[in-house]
Design a binder for this molecule. Structure first.
Ligand SMILES: [Zn+2]
Length: 205
């Protein structure tokens, strides 16, 4: 969690507050404040975007368990659209935050990718279905498929400035960290046409 730069409503000075702190006192005048009351008025809009994006980074797997079951010719397109719609606000917020800081673009993208990996690691470590290493690996493998087949194509399909950069960086860092569970960056069109070709080759309905 980062620091928020706020203006104390009592004395007007700028104060730095840890984002996870609910209540705090101004270091200059001692006035007591509650963070949620100060946030909407004083936090810059892009800081709220960063917090929102970080908080929802893992919605792609958290809210879509067993997404791989929809990886078939009949269901792929509609499930992809549902997935993409659900994640659009998250990556739009990330895009706004990154675009508002062009000088730190690479650093901030790297921060988001590292956040993603930390949350990914914690999610699979703490998941109720991940009691053994085998179960944890299986869960991480099925969520990796969600990432490769739905999430990354969706991010790239959102027409955001970060789409390609975030996807490529996530792939690089993910594959470095989990060399036994790698994924490649694909697109919705490629995957969908794969289903069509298979249908063409095998002549199935
Ligand atoms: Zn103050």
């Amino acid at each position: 969690m980062g620091q928020l730069i706020l203006t104390c409503p009592a004395c007007g000075k700028e104060i730095s507050v840890p984002a996870e702190l609910e209540e705090f006192s101004c270091v200059y005048c001692g006035a007591k404040h509650r963070l949620p009351e100060l946030l909407p008025q004083t936090a810059p809009a892009d800081e709220a975007d960063r917090l929102y994006a970080e908080e929802h980074l893992l919605d792609c797997v958290r809210d879509f368990p067993n997404a791989f079951k929809h990886f078939n010719r009949k269901q792929y397109e509609s499930f992809y659209q549902t997935h993409k719609e659900a994640l659009t606000p998250v990556f739009e917020a990330m895009d706004r935050w990154v675009c508002a800081h062009p000088m730190q673009r690479q650093t901030f993208l790297e921060d988001f990718v590292q956040q993603f990996l930390q949350q990914w690691e914690a999610f699979h470590r703490d998941h109720p279905k991940a009691g053994s290493k085998h179960a944890r690996d299986r869960l991480a493998f099925s969520n990796k498929l969600t990432l490769a087949w739905f999430t990354v194509p969706a991010i790239r399909g959102m027409d955001l400035s970060i789409g390609e950069d975030f996807s490529a960086l996530l792939r690089d860092r993910f594959n470095e960290k989990y060399p036994e569970n790698r994924f490649e960056v694909g697109s919705f069109e490629e995957i969908r046409s794969g289903f069509r070709k298979r249908w063409f080759l095998f002549g199935k309905k």
